[in-house]
Design a protein. Structure first.
Length: 191
């Protein structure tokens, strides 16, 4: 199936992107990696009037650490984060969890911001954000705000993000060296 007709925008800045989102009054969607949005549009489960493609906005994929926090740009690809030495060293839980995200093509295209905005309760990245007490930084026409994980996720596939807000950065507190973790997978019985 093909998606319904929509307007396509490729802004060069976050400011341009939020202006477009505001203009469509909740009937536009942000395109990051497209791993969830594109299939939903193809099956016409989502029929936005416009798509705002963030893939050409510079500096939205940077990874850096300062003051006990690792900051990851919302457009950082999951595969990029998986192989970032800074993440392996300071966020070993995220580093380990990324190995379980989908498969190679999914991680190559999927973004950290897109995974969080999708709020899939079975997804690894939102789980790690909650476990580590992280937060997202979002922007709209009024400026920016920070939203902690407990206030971001309202339920399955539901966040507190406003339709005109864009996640620009994900922040995780650095894990102390002595912390240990375990990632256990349970498979349903066949039969």
């Amino acid at each position: 199936m093909k998606p319904a007709k929509f307007d396509y925008y490729r802004p060069g800045t976050i400011d341009e992107a939020v202006v477009i989102l505001e203009r469509y009054e909740g009937d536009a969607r942000v395109l990051a990696g497209g791993q969830s949005l594109v299939p939903m549009m193809n099956f016409r489960l989502a029929t936005p009037a416009a798509i705002v493609d963030l893939n050409h906005i510079p500096r939205l994929s940077d990874i850096a650490a300062a003051d006990g926090v690792v900051r990851i740009g919302a457009m950082a690809r999951q595969r990029q984060i998986e192989f970032a030495p800074l993440v392996a060293e300071r966020l070993p839980l995220l580093h380990e969890a990324l190995r379980w995200v989908g498969h190679l093509p999914t991680r190559t295209r999927g973004t950290i911001g897109g995974s969080i905005a999708n709020a899939d309760p079975a997804a690894e990245i939102p789980m790690v954000l909650q476990v580590l007490g992280g937060e997202v930084v979002v922007r709209d026409l009024q400026g920016g705000r920070r939203i902690g994980a407990p206030d971001l996720f309202l339920g399955p596939l539901t966040t507190s993000l406003e339709p005109s807000e864009i996640i620009t950065e994900v922040r995780f507190p650095v894990m102390p060296h002595r912390h240990r973790f375990c990632d256990r997978r349970i498979r349903a019985a066949q039969g």
